[in-house]
Design a protein around this ligand. Sequence first.
Ligand code: DGJ
Length: 724
Amino acid sequence: MAIQFISDTKTFHLMGKDISYLFFINEAGYPEHLYFGPRIGAGDDIRYTRAFGANSTSATPPGVDDVRSYNDYPSELSFFGTGDYREPAVLPVNRAGDRLCELLFDTFDIVGEKPAISGMPSLDGGETLIVHLKDRINGFAADLYYTVYDDCSVIARRAVYKNTGSSDVRLERAYSFTLALPDRDYEMLSLYGVWAKERHIDRIPLHHGVVSIDSKRTTSSATLNPFMALLRPDTTETHGEAVGVNLVYSSSYVLKAEVAPDGTAQLTGGINDFDFSWKLAPGDQLETPEAVIAYSAEGIGGMSRAYHDAYRAHLINKRFVGSPRPLLINNWEATYFNFDVPKLCAIADAVNGLGIDTLVLDDGWFGKRDDDRSGLGDWVVNENKLSGGLKAIIDHVHSIGMKFGLWFEPEMVSEDSDLFRAHPDWAIGAPDRKRCYSRHQFMLDLTRKDVLDYIVKAVSDVIEQNEVDYVKWDYNRNVTESWSRCLEPERQSEFAHRYALGLYDICERIVNGHPGIFFEGCSGGGARFDPAMMHYFPQIWTSDDTDAEERTKIQYGTSIVYPLSVMSCHVSVCPNHQTGRVTPFDTRAVIAHLGATGYELDTTKFTDEEKAAVKLQTAEYKKVQDLVLCGDLYRIDSPFDSGFFTEAVVSKDKSKAELICYRRFVSVNNEIKRVKMAGLDPDACYRLEETGITAKGSTFMNVGFAPKYPHSDFAAVKYHFTRI
Ligand code: DGJ
C-alpha cells in the first residue's frame, strides 16, 4: 500500500519511491499539510511539528472553537475570503457576486490505478488518493488528486472543481494544487529563453511576497518553461534538497512561490488566471492540468533523474519511449524552400549506407509554398515543385531502404491559401479588427469542432494516402486576438484553455490514430517543449539553434527536467546558419548525439572524408543509443558556470557508461582539467575503453582523470566505461 490513511489522527501518508507526503484533516475540517521529503516511518504521528506564530491580525472562521485562521494552516488547497490572504488556488464567483468558498473535507477514495483526465494528457498508473472537499453552503466542491509511484520520486497532483449547487458559478482562477513548504529558505530555479535560446537557467532567492513565472501566449512557450524548482541556497548539482514542479500543460500557465510573514512558503499554479474565466453550470466540472512535483535530497541532478524516470515510465508514448529512434537526414537547413524531387533523392542517396535511415522532408512541399508567406492549411502536394508528387520521393527513399518523414504545421493557415479564402472565419481573430501577422501567418481556431475535424482529415489523408513513416509537427507562432466566433461572450475568457483541449483532441486523433507512424514535435525550435506534448511526441525539436557551442547550454538546461530521449538534436553545416560559428564536425556529432539524433545539411556536398566520419559517428551512436534513451544522466560540468560541458550517461544496471567532455576554448598550455566520473557502481571494476585503464568505480569517481581534448576551440571527446 503506497497510500495509508491513519483514522485516529485522520492522517494521509503517501509513499513514493523514496518519498513521503503527509497531510491530515485538522480541527477545522481542513486538509493541513504536514510533510514532503525523504521517506519517513509509516504510522508515525508528526502533528507535533505544527507550529503557529502569534498573528494578531488573523481572521478565524466563526462558530468553531479552537480553530486558527486559515492563514496560519499549511495548505493543501488555499481558498480566498475566509481569512487566508496567501495566493488562493481557486476563486469562484457565485450567483450573488461573492467569491467565497470554504473547501472542507467531505470524504476520500483510494484507487489502485490513476483515473485519466478527460481530454488532457497526464501520467498513467500509480496508486491515487482522491480527497473530496466541499463548501457546505453552496455546494461548490473540489476533488484533490494525489498519485505516487514506487518507481520514481514524484507525486502527481491536480484538482477538479465541481458545481454541485443549483446556480452558475464562474471560476476566475482554477489552479491545480497548493504545496506548503516548511520555511522560506529557498531559491527559485526556472528555465527562460527565446527563439534559438531555449531553456537557459535562472536562479534567484525567494523573498517575502510572490515570485512567479507564467505564459500568456496560449502555449507553454520558450519564454519560460512551465517548470519551477525550489532549491536550498546550498543545493548544488549533486547535493542538497530540490523540489520541482512541472505542469503537464501546453497553454498559458502560471507558477508562484510565496513567502508568508510567518516565514513559511507555498507553491501554487496551473492554468494562468490572467485572461481566464470558466463558467460552471450546475452539474459541470473543470478538470485542471496535472502538476508533477519531484523531491530530491541529491541535488538538482537527483531531481532531474526523478523527472526523467517518471516521464519515461508514465508519460511518454509507450510505443516509442525506449525504442531506437529514426536516425534522420532533414532537408531544412540543406535547401530551405528550394528543392525538387531530384535534389531530395540526391540528399538521401548521399547518405545511403552511412547509418542514416530516414529522410524527413521539411516545410515547403504543399500548396503554393515557395516561401513562408503562403500555403499553410493547403495540405496538398505542390506538383509544380515536386513532379511525380510525394510518391516519387517516397518510392525512391523506400527503394534504397530508408524511411520517409513529412513536415506539417497543422494549427496554422496562411492568408494566401485556399483554406483561408474558403474559410476566413476559421482563423483566430476578433470582430472588426485586423489580425496580427507572425511569420506572415495566422492561426486556426482550435476551439471549433469543424476546424479540428478539418485538420484531422487533411493531415490523415496525406499520411494515409502516402507511405509516410514519420511526421514532424511544427507550430511557429503564438496566438493574438484570442477570440472565437463559436464562443458566447461570457465564455471568451475560456479561449486559451479550450485551445489546449482542441490541440490535445487533434493530437489524440492524428497521433494515436496512426500508431505505426513516428511523430516528432516542434515549435519554431523548442518553444512548446512541455510534458503534455511529450505524451504525444516521444521526441521534440530542441532548438533551431544548431550551433554546437550554443547547444551545450540549451541541452544542459533542457535536461534539468526532460530526458535526453525527448531532445531532438541535429548535426548541421558550418559556418553555422544561426551563429556563423565554425566548430569541428566531430564536436557537432558528439553534442547532437546526446539526444534523439539526426543530420540537417546538404549531404550532396559531403566529401569522402565527411562521409567516412558520418559512418563512424552513426555506428558509435547506435552502440550507446540505449544509454542516451534509457540511462541515467549525470551532469558534471555546466557550460553556464565554466568553459566545459561534461555529462555522463550510465545504464540503469551500471554496467556501462558514456562520458562526453567538451572544452569551449583552447589556449596555449591549457590548464589541466580533471573530470570525476559520476554514476558508476563504486564497488564494481570498470575498464575505460579508450585508455585501457581498469579501476574501481570509486576510483574513477573520486580520483578522476584528465580527458585528452583535440587541440582546438570547441573540442569534444568521448569515453566509454564497461564493467568487468
Ligand atoms: C521551424 C522549425 O523549428 C524548423 O526546424 C523548420 O521545420 C521550420 N520551422 C520550417 O518552417
